[in-house]
Design a protein around this ligand. Structure first.
Ligand SMILES: NC(=O)c1ccc[n+]([C@@H]2O[C@H](COP(=O)([O-])OP(=O)(O)OC[C@H]3O[C@@H](n4cnc5c(N)ncnc54)[C@H](OP(=O)(O)O)[C@@H]3O)[C@@H](O)[C@H]2O)c1
Length: 302
């Protein structure tokens, strides 16, 4: 998004006045849109990710776009895989802005690969980023602030409802976060913490998301499988996140909201070639030995 772009929201301008949010990965793509909307709604926002140069550049642009006098922005380097850096992100945010109301676990990443080719290092990296990093951010936000004062957490996951061929590592990690969301919703309810997830379809276009996969074409190829017959926008994910953070969602916790125009119900991009490698099981051919055993009065194999 260019510096001059018009930021807007379906929510009223000061909805998040006096609120403080952390958005991981808040300098690019979906996270940047969430940050823009939170700032538009009067929130104070800390954005954090690994690449400080790009984050600082983005923070400059975001700063120049602020139109709400109650909004404030800061940024800091943080690799969510590093426990000490996550602890520092939460404590720095609380000391910079005086509180922490919202945590948006958006930072994440993966690489396409058949499962059989994924090396342990790559597997661990994706699990540590998308599952462990999310867990660490949740735990520290809870332990350092929300356990005493309450708060709202939104985790960005993915469309992994039918498995995630070619992305099995992130599919496993995101399914785990879906489950983590439910556990924490119960464990932390009495502390005033609500926690939900948003599962974008694999089709939310942004320049950085396209660069991650080498070309925008990958996104366009998914359009036939999307009931809306178009890609999703970063604004559509941001609106869902802001809804879940807002009092409009005060009775929603432990839930995952799919924002995919129904794509997860409709189709899969994965084509299985014709084959006969999974033969049918039939009594007449498969259990000859055990049938004979039974005829002789002996026990079945099971
Ligand atoms: N676009 C889609 O269609 C889509 C669909 C489903 C789910 N998602 C998920 O939505 C989230 C945002 O994706 P996006 O499409 O906006 O892509 P993106 O622009 O590449 O955003 C990923 C962000 O995560 C940050 N990040 C990655 N690893 C990190 C780490 N270890 N610690 C801290 N920050 C880290 C990156 O910043 P640094 O490189 O500076 O760390 C970057 O800002 C990701 O979790 C993505 O997997 C996207």
């Amino acid at each position: 998004m260019a510096a001059h772009c018009k930021i807007s929201s379906v929510f009223r301008a000061n909805l998040f006045k006096d609120k403080v949010a952390i958005v991981t990965g808040g300098g690019t793509g979906i996270g940047k849109a969430i940050t823009q909307e939170l700032l538009f709604l009067g929130c104070k926002v800390m954005i954090a990710s690994r690449k400080l140069d790009r984050l600082s550049e983005s923070a400059k642009v975001l700063q120049s776009q602020i139109s709400n006098k109650n909004a404030q922005l800061d940024h800091m380097q943080c690799n969510i895989r590093q426990e000490d850096q996550v602890k520092d992100l939460i404590s720095t945010t609380v000391s910079r802005f005086g509180r922490l109301d919202f945590l948006v676990n958006n930072g994440g990443g993966q690489f396409p690969s058949p499962a059989s080719d994924i090396k342990l290092k790559g597997w661990n990296a994706v699990i540590e980023t998308n599952l462990t990093g999310t867990f660490l951010c949740c735990r520290e936000a809870h332990n350092q602030w929300m356990a005493e004062h309450g708060g709202v957490i939104v985790n960005i996951i993915a469309d992994m409802w039918k498995g995630f061929p070619m992305m099995s590592h992130t599919g496993a990690a995101r399914a785990a976060v879906d489950n983590l969301t439910k556990s924490l919703a119960i464990e932390w309810a009495s502390h005033g913490v609500r926690i939900n997830s948003v599962a974008p379809g694999s089709s939310i276009y942004s320049e950085t998301a396209a660069a991650n996969y080498g070309s925008p074409e990958i996104f366009n190829r998914s359009i036939p499988g999307i009931p809306a017959k178009r890609l999703g926008t970063v604004e559509e994910i941001s609106a869902a996140v802001c809804f879940l953070l807002s009092p409009a969602a005060s009775f929603i916790s432990g839930e995952t909201l799919k924002v995919d125009a129904g794509a997860s119900l409709y189709s899969t991009m994965w084509e299985i070639p014709d084959h006969n490698r999974i033969p049918a099981y039939k009594w007449e051919t498969d259990n000859v030995d055990s049938n004979n055993d039974n005829d002789n009065g002996s026990k079945s194999k099971l």
